[in-house]
Design a protein around this ligand. Structure first.
Ligand SMILES: [Zn+2]
Length: 223
């Protein structure tokens, strides 16, 4: 019962239902993974299994090269990208990928979402950047994510002409970033239909982000 891998299987399985609840995914698109703390292992969604059939037992345990260690299905087709992120960003404990509608609308134009709302300054601390166009099949997607996010405050990247990847200290934080990314992509899109959103001064973005990440975030259960 106390096997940490079993706990992570349950967390990752449950978090996939959050993607459904927040309408970030259709059919079998989208995936959540979590690093197994202290091990060169990760837990990720199986490939091609519908969301209502995802259970803790169905989750796949892989090493950080994306090779299956335990599981009866093949892992998500995005496993190589998740694994690359864990190998290169040691502070990351969770990764999420979606094709959520409004975020993808920005990604399709290759345009970053500007930081024009205080909630965006809180969560992202900057614009949500665009990563390179990359084809699935090798490390291109993973490298694009890491190269874009490594020195960026944002935990979310819009991979050009593709979709959203988010990172977090754990899988729940990465899911939260995916939910918030779609929310602000939608709001800023609507704002742009009516005119040009007003910029927020960099010093104010910095102050908001610092407060949210370092003061607000230290209160247990507040996030
Ligand atoms: Zn995708």
């Amino acid at each position: 019962m106390t096997d940490p891998i079993d706990l992570i299987r349950r967390q990752v399985s449950d978090l996939h239902q959050e993607l459904v609840r927040y309408r970030l995914v259709v059919w079998t698109a989208g995936n959540v993974s979590a690093r197994v703390p202290g091990e060169d292992l990760m837990v990720i969604k199986p490939s091609g299994v519908s969301y209502d059939e995802l259970t803790p037992d169905a989750m796949i345990l892989c090493d950080l090269d994306g090779k299956v260690v335990e599981g009866s299905h093949s892992p998500s087709s995005d496993t190589a990208a998740h694994a690359y992120v864990y190998r290169h960003l040691p502070e990351v404990g969770g990764v999420v990928h979606t094709h959520s509608t409004y975020a993808c609308a920005w990604a399709a134009r290759g345009e970053a979402v500007p930081c024009v709302l205080t909630a965006m300054a809180d969560e992202f601390g900057a614009e949500i950047p665009v990563g390179p166009f990359a084809l699935i099949g090798d490390d291109s997607i993973g490298r694009g994510i890491v190269d874009t996010l490594r020195d960026h405050r944002s935990p979310a990247v819009l991979m050009k002409s593709h979709g959203v990847f988010t990172v977090g200290k754990d899988a729940k934080a990465a899911v939260k970033a995916a939910v918030m990314c779609e929310d602000v992509a939608r709001t800023v899109h609507i704002s742009r239909q009516l005119g040009e959103p007003l910029p927020i001064a960099q010093a104010d973005i910095d102050a908001l982000n610092h407060r949210y990440q370092h003061v607000y975030g230290q209160q247990p259960a507040a996030r």
